[in-house]
Design a protein around this ligand. Structure first.
Ligand SMILES: NC(=O)c1ccc[n+]([C@@H]2O[C@H](COP(=O)([O-])OP(=O)(O)OC[C@H]3O[C@@H](n4cnc5c(N)ncnc54)[C@H](OP(=O)(O)O)[C@@H]3O)[C@@H](O)[C@H]2O)c1
Length: 200
């Protein structure tokens, strides 16, 4: 398969690339790094990327910024970043990619466990993660030519916790999280939220 990985230079994306490379042709896309660059908050940039890379069998998005903070402190800009980057950035990857996904191909997006298990400070992130999962359920009903769409819901990634100076054992290694993306790409699921904890 020809697989585009958006966020290929990131903590999760790097392991997704590692898990897929070898069996598939992987096109690595970053914001500043990677073989190709895209800014998912800019539709022109997304359209340019698809013109550059051409047809594909699967698109994986392991990108998307969101802001965490107390509800009373989250600014208009914090909410806008969540909506424009992690939510609409990923939705626009699907909308723009529909014309170029090959028959029977797939899209895999990224949400997060905060969608289902909110904590104090997660109101904006919980909102957009849940929206991504709702979008995926509905969009699956309209995928053209046998295409599929799923969303992976990661818990804390161990490497991310360590980078934050916290105990990595509270999360799952990125290599384990990557298994959920592989299942979405290589399996037959459609319209599902894949909870990474079931791949540990
Ligand atoms: N890590 C966790 O613990 C965790 C937990 C739950 C959910 N998630 C979700 O998983 C996803 C990936 O997280 P991560 O920790 O792997 O992220 P990360 O290490 O920060 O990597 C982000 C990746 O996205 C790319 N990127 C950044 N801004 C972009 C933009 N505007 N357009 C296109 N690409 C952009 C980066 O490219 P460059 O390197 O070129 O800048 C990089 O490849 C995010 O949606 C995050 O919310 C992560």
């Amino acid at each position: 398969m020809r697989i585009i990985v958006i966020g290929a230079t990131g903590t999760i994306g790097k392991e997704v690339v590692r898990a897929l490379e070898g069996r598939h042709e992987v096109v690595k896309v970053g914001h500043r790094g990677g073989d190709h660059q895209v800014d998912i908050t800019d539709k022109g940039s997304i359209e340019r990327l698809f013109r550059e890379v051409g047809a594909f069998d699967a698109l994986v998005s392991a990108a998307g910024q969101a802001r965490f903070g107390p509800l009373e402190s989250l600014s208009d800009e914090d909410f806008r970043v969540c909506l424009d980057d992690k939510l609409m950035g990923q939705v626009d990857l699907v909308r723009a990619g529909l014309g170029q996904v090959r028959d029977g191909g797939s899209f895999t997006l990224t949400s997060g466990l905060l969608a289902k298990y909110p904590v104090r400070g997660s109101s904006a992130i919980t909102m957009i993660n849940a929206a991504l999962e709702a979008f995926t359920r509905a969009a699956a009903l309209e995928m053209p030519r046998g295409a599929r769409i799923n969303v992976v819901s990661p818990t804390w990634v161990s490497e991310t916790l360590v980078a934050m100076g916290r105990d990595g054992s509270g999360g799952l290694p990125a290599a384990t999280v990557a298994r959920a993306y592989v299942e979405s790409v290589e399996g037959t699921r459609n319209g599902e939220t894949l909870d990474v904890r079931s791949f540990a």
